[in-house]
Every structure is written in C-alpha cells, then in structure tokens.
Design a protein around this ligand. Structure first.
Ligand code: BG6
Length: 544
C-alpha cells in the first residue's frame, strides 16, 4: 500500500470487526467436499493469518469423505485436506507457524447427513470443542451441500437440539445456505420453507459469494459516491450493458504433472448447468447492483429492497423469446493455454468412474449446458429498452469477469459525421476478476496537426492503487455472518424473484428435449450461436 494512502471515508469497513463476537464455532457441512477444500478452509485460514477471527474460535467439519480417503483419525483427515487446499488455493501462502495454530482448532466428524446417530456424534464433538476453546455455544452452520440435502440437514439439526432460540442473548446460532437454492422455483420455495421452520429469518444467511467480491461491492461506491455517473446511469445515455463471467476451469481438475483427475464437481454440476449454477444467482446479483435504484442506507433490508426491485422488473420471456434471446452450449475437447482438455461428456463419464458411482442414464448423452448467453430487459423507467447481455461459460480461454457499460453514440455530426468510420463509443468497464479495477474508454485527439480521433483508456487498478491482494469473497462473508450483518446476503423474496425470471427458460428447455447442444471448443469464447443474440442488434460481444 502506498505510504501516503489513507482511508478518510471508511465505508463501514470495520463493521464486521467491531460487531464480531468474542467466540464462535464454525460447523461446515460438506467439509470433505470441493467448496470446502478450494474456498472455505483457505478463507478461514486467511482470516486466521489476518488475526480477525473471534478470540475463541474453532472449525468442526462434518460429512462423508470419498471412499478410502478417511484416515483412522478424522481430525487428521480434515487437517490434511485443509493443508492441501490451502497449499493449492490460499490467497496467502501456507506458513507453518500459522498452520499449526489453525490446525489445532480444526476437527472433523465423519457421518451421513441423513443419519441421526451422526448428529449425536456431531453434537458431542461440538460440545467438547466448546469446552476446549471456551465457546459458550455460538455457532455458524455452513451448509456446503447440494440443495437436495439442505432440508435434511436443518431438520436433523433441529431434532438434535442444535439450534438455539434467536432470542437467546448469550450465544447465537446462524445458518449459511449455499446457492443454488433449489433447482427451480418450487424446490427453492420448499427449501426455504423447511429452513424457515427451523431457523428464524434473522438467523438465515443465503450466500452468493459474488456479493463478497471487492469489485462487486465497489459497484455501489462507484455509482453512489461519485456524482458524475448517476445522472447518466439510465436509458437516455446508456446503449447497453454486458456482464461476462468467463472461467478457465471446467468440471474436473487435473494434476498438471500426471494429468490425473484430482477433483471433480460432476456430482453437483451434471444436470444443474450454467443457468442454475451461475446466472440465477451470481450474474443476476451483479445485474441488481448495476441496475438498482439508490438505496438510502446500507441497512440490509434497504439494500435488499432495492435489489428485489430490479428482479421484479425483469421481463419474463415467452418460449419464442427464449429461442431468440438465450443460447446454451456445451464444451468439447480443445486447447487451453497449450494444454489439451477433454470435452464435457468425457469428463462426466470419467468423473463418475473416479467417484465410483454409476453414471446416471441421462448423463450418458449429457445435455447439461456449460455456457449460457442471454439478452434481457428491465421494464422500469430507468432501463426501458436497454438490452443487458449476459454470458458465462466454463473452459473459456481465461478467467475474466467484467461488467461493461456502453454509452450511447454522440450525434452524427462534427467528429462523428462519417457513418463509414463511426467513433468508438465510451465504455466503462469494471473488471471483477482478475486484475480488479476499472477502465473508461474515451475518444481523444491524436497529437498532430490533423484531427484524428483515437480511443484511449483511463485505468484504475486495485492492486497498484491500494497494494496487496483483496480478501477473497468468502473471507468477508464468513466474517459478516459471525458479525450478524446480512447486507450482502440474499433475502427469501430475492431468491424467488430470480427463479421466477429463470423459470420460463428452464421450462422451455425441458419441453424441447434436445439431444445435443451447440458446441464450443475448450479455450474459445463460446459457440458461434451466441452471436445471434447480439449481432443483429448492431453490437458485438466484448473481447476480454
Ligand atoms: C460457484 C459455481 O458458485 O462459482 C462454480 O458453483 C463457479 O461453478 C464458481 O466455478 C465461480 O466463482 P469464482 O469466484 O471463481 O468466479
């Protein structure tokens, strides 16, 4: 961080810390799974290094490791798994002295989520850990489990007497529910009803980790802490918006040396697909922050009201509009950065072999989409007829996510008087990841006697302006839950409204019964079909 950098206007950065409890036990359901390995345990480790965890703190993992992976000492199993995840994925490298401190507060209970006896063992372990670490019963349950298991977990927690009353003053119990919540509107409602029967709304945190990303949070600051943007932020001045979330990763991960599959998300992703996995939550949440009306405070319900306001105005698509405005596709074998990677269907087959599970018949010829592009409209005064183009895909050339706001052309006079060489429009692009920052492309005069206009970029880069690396989204969000701050979490009506928008697309796809999807090679920016929703409008997808 530059020496002279000061933060004269902290935007409640220390809210979490100031409200952080003295003690808490984090209980991770699905601790043997992929999310815990790649994100959650590394996030908690980083919070430990940064010294921001409650003074009395411990993690208890719960779940069933893959066959043959559990060692005789369950605590050693999770410690090994955590160390591996931290070594591979942690923001800050593994440091042996911190590791020892972290590992001594890491425990594991092996068990199935629908086995009442396992909950009795979990309870005994939690009580022993409470004793050992001086934690007076405060708990955060992190349900890193598939949506179908959420109801089972919370009902067992309730039966086992592991949920304290929300009015309890000496301790708290909170639950974090991972996305996607359900696989359609009805199942989402069912899940939220069951969770609601076990936990009060004030105890429930529906997480969407995109909301914890610095750059996503910065959207609000950009829009509402700078006077120049808000007057232009509407259909009068904005031509269109593009939101892209491109991932290099696919379904499975391979050891770079041996080429062996070391992890796969097939058990979750196959049959779910990009629309449910990314669009219904992450992309629509980002869209909300781009499009919402100014909230009058950062109080959780004020922000969430403004976001739901956007979701409620999303134009629902008819089947004909789904055909016209939505494209889905699946990756096939190709090269990413000089590395050959298999197609999706092959990965699914191999994943099930690795997981030692029978391949479901519908997966033999899987039609799960790994790419979606769509055009949508927000039918309100601010955004009437402004197209929002969204796209997301796996196995693209690189990891790159951005929000790009393209402003309208200047009138066709003066510098823009030649239709055959139109001026490049002004574009404000917010890079969500990597190289977090923003850039504004504007027209400038090339130095010289003639008037030649050239697009130039004004850049802001987080790391060069503020130094260091931004905390991972999960770090911020786990702290927020412990602090009881729900601002960055989704409210029940928000989840439902997002499903309501997505349902006509899912229903149409289901009715179509296609045997094959459009394809794109690994390492490309998606199928050619994606152009048909943007090119006829006289626009094109941005190159990232
Ligand atoms: C998760 C999805 O929510 O987000 C994954 O389930 C996806 O499929 C991931 O890979 C992307 O998150 P990030 O933070 O790496 O962009």
């Amino acid at each position: 961080m530059p020496d002279d950098f000061q933060n004269p206007h902290p935007l409640e950065p220390d809210v979490s810390k100031s409200l952080l409890p003295q003690s808490c036990q984090l209980v991770i359901f699905g601790a043997a799974g992929d999310l815990s390995w790649r994100k959650l345990l590394p996030a908690v480790y980083n919070l430990n290094i940064d010294g921001v965890l409650p003074t009395h703190f411990a993690v208890v993992g719960f779940g069933l490791p893959a066959e043959g992976h559990l060692s005789s000492d369950p605590d050693e199993y999770i410690r090994g798994r955590a160390k591996d995840g931290i070594t591979r994925f942690s923001r800050q490298p593994l440091d042996e002295s911190h590791w020892a401190d972290f590992a001594r507060a890491l425990f594991f209970v092996p068990g199935s989520f629908n086995d009442a006896r396992a909950y009795a063992q979990l309870k005994a372990k939690m009580e022993a850990v409470d004793q050992q670490f001086g934690i007076p019963g405060s708990r955060v349950y992190y349900l890193a489990v598939p949506p179908t298991l959420v109801g089972t977990c919370v009902e067992h927690l309730k039966t086992a007497g592991l949920i304290a009353d929300p009015q309890e003053l000496r301790s708290f119990t909170r639950v974090i529910v991972e996305k996607p919540i359900g696989r359609d509107l009805d199942s989402a409602r069912d899940i939220m009803r069951v969770v609601g029967a076990c936990f009060a709304e004030s105890q429930t945190y529906r997480i969407d980790h995109y909301l914890g990303k610095e750059t996503v949070q910065n959207l609000l600051v950009l829009r509402f802490a700078n006077s120049i943007f808000e007057p232009l932020w509407n259909q009068k001045y904005i031509d269109h918006v593009q939101i892209t979330v491109a991932e290099e990763e696919g379904l499975a991960q391979y050891d770079p040396k041996t080429g062996e599959m070391i992890a796969t998300r097939a058990g979750y992703y196959e049959g779910v697909g990009a629309l449910r996995d990314m669009v219904q939550n992450h992309l629509l949440q980002v869209l909300c922050l781009v499009a919402m009306e100014p909230p009058w405070s950062l109080k959780p319900d004020v922000v969430r009201d403004a976001k739901v306001g956007v979701l409620n105005c999303l134009r629902r698509m008819t089947p004909a509009e789904v055909e016209k405005n939505v494209v889905r596709a699946q990756y096939i074998e190709g090269d990413i950065q000089g590395r050959r990677v298999p197609g999706y269907r092959k990965e699914v087959r191999e994943s099930f072999e690795v997981m030692k599970k029978p391949l479901p018949p519908e997966s033999v010829h899987s039609t799960t989409e790994t790419f979606v592009a769509l055009k949508l409209f927000i039918d309100n005064w601010r955004w009437a007829d402004v197209p929002f183009y969204l796209r997301t895909g796996k196995r693209m050339p690189k990891r790159a996510s951005e929000v790009a706001i393209q402003f309208k052309d200047v009138p066709p006079v003066l510098f823009n008087a030649q239709p055959e060489v139109p001026l490049d429009p002004v574009v404000l692009s917010l890079r969500v990841q990597p190289e977090e920052g923003l850039a504004m492309r504007i027209a400038s005069k090339l130095p010289g006697p003639k008037v030649h206009i050239y697009p130039v970029k004004m850049e802001f880069n987080y790391s060069s302006s503020f130094g260091g690396t931004s905390p991972e989204a999960y770090e911020r969000l786990i702290l927020d839950v412990m602090a009881g701050d729900a601002t960055l979490f989704m409210r029940r009506d928000g989840v439902e409204a997002a499903w309501q928008f997505v349902m006509p697309i899912l229903e149409h796809w289901e009715r179509m019964h296609v045997r094959d999807l459009p394809e794109y090679q690994c390492g490309t920016w998606g199928p050619v079909e994606a152009d048909r929703i943007i090119v006829p409008d006289g626009r094109r997808w941005r190159t990232l």
